[in-house]
Design a protein around this ligand. Sequence first.
Ligand code: UDP
Length: 483
Amino acid sequence: MTFFNEKKAHFVLIPLVAQGHIIPMTDLARLLAERGVHVSFITTPTNAARIQPIVQRSIESNLPIQFVELKFPCAQIGLPDECENVDLIESSYFIAFFEVLELLRDPLEQYLRTHHIPPSCIISDGCNPWTVEIAQRLCVPRIVFHGPSCLFALCDHKTSKHKILHNVTDYSEQFVVPDMPITLRFTKETGPGFFNAPGWEKIRDDTVEAERTADAIILNTFEDLERQFIELYEKELGKKVWTVGPLNLYNKEENSKSLRGNKLGAEKQQMVLNWLESHKPKSVLYVSFGSIARKSSLQLMELGLGLEATEKPFIWVIKEAEITPELDRWLSTVFDKRVHQKGLILRGWVPQLAILSHYSIGAFMTHCGWNSMLESISLGVPMVTWPHFSDQFTNEKLVVDVLGFGVSLGVTVPTWMPAGDDDTISVNRDDIKSAILRLMGEEEEMKEMRRKVAEMAEKAKKAMEEGGSSYNNITRLIESIIL
Ligand code: UDP
């Protein structure tokens, strides 16, 4: 392993306070620290508590990572204490939540100014533009870490540069992303770019500007997966784009997989693994929609009926925040009993990486969050895709249309955060059933899809191994800062 015995290298990692952003950054922090770099991982008390086992393991392994807990200014926006993560707040608070993040700037600057090793660089999430000023004041390079796919980052950049969304007034009007090697059609509400909705203009402008002024970009992807888009994106930005993924492959031991992101995963690990052990290889469908997306009770029941109709074994994850009294009753008195042998319904946080890594998983129904998709690809699991919002529609196009690793449910309208009593159903049970049966079936096209994704999983592993493209990029990234 290329090890940097450089006592003065201090990288400051600042993830957005959302699971899909914190999780890959904890992997990156450990990867950097393993190479001899001192890391400060900036977080808040509630988020630190979730990753406590990772903190503990880092201490036991003598990794030079300091997990820094800054007090989150919940009170300033009228939120109860501990509402420090996007998955803990209602959507009506979203804008205020993002705006108040900049109050972390002063305590962070104070921490960095008094640290015994001055910072060498800041690696800040693309959704944390409030860190620009700190890097300027401390005169250190700032690297943007983008959570989604490179295709999304590139499309976002192109639509901003050509001001496409300025001319699109109707949220459902279609447009084509300009100047791309492939034709990608979106609407304003499904199109590339975070924060496109009304009210988010300042946050959106700040994030675009933070990308423009960054010294380099880090992406959680790998060359064999998105080569043409990475090259174009780098050319377009005129700055280095470091691809360092799939970061999830850093977690090799079972324990590390189940503890990733939230200690609650570990509580379920044994029970879930025992259930999976009783199934044939590649026979189980895993159904989960990330940490934020929520569905109405009616939509969840429709999904359950679709799953049941396939007669395939499944693991279905439902978030605590989605469970209404009506859904709870239906699950425990009707559905649980009916699918007793076939389906395992899990509530709350689950050890996703451990589940996806199991040999009995044959397919994944996903909301197309980039971490979930990358985890699936790197483990050779094909997908049924059901995007809900933001980057998920672009990620879906990459995986289904460009890479050919998935079957789409054909969702064209975003689902934000429906209330429990919302009575709309965007995907019906028949479509759910037929997409799953197709993906897990014996058609030649599907066999070819499974072969292709397995091949890409091998390339993913190689990218992360010593001498692989992502491994080498980590080395060069560190050299670019310290040499
Ligand atoms: N995840 C998990 N258990 C859960 C839900 C999510 O481990 O019960 C992890 C998942 O493996 C992924 C991350 O949380 O690493 C979710 O990120 P993604 O980009 O897929 O979606 P987001 O939550 O940001 O919408």
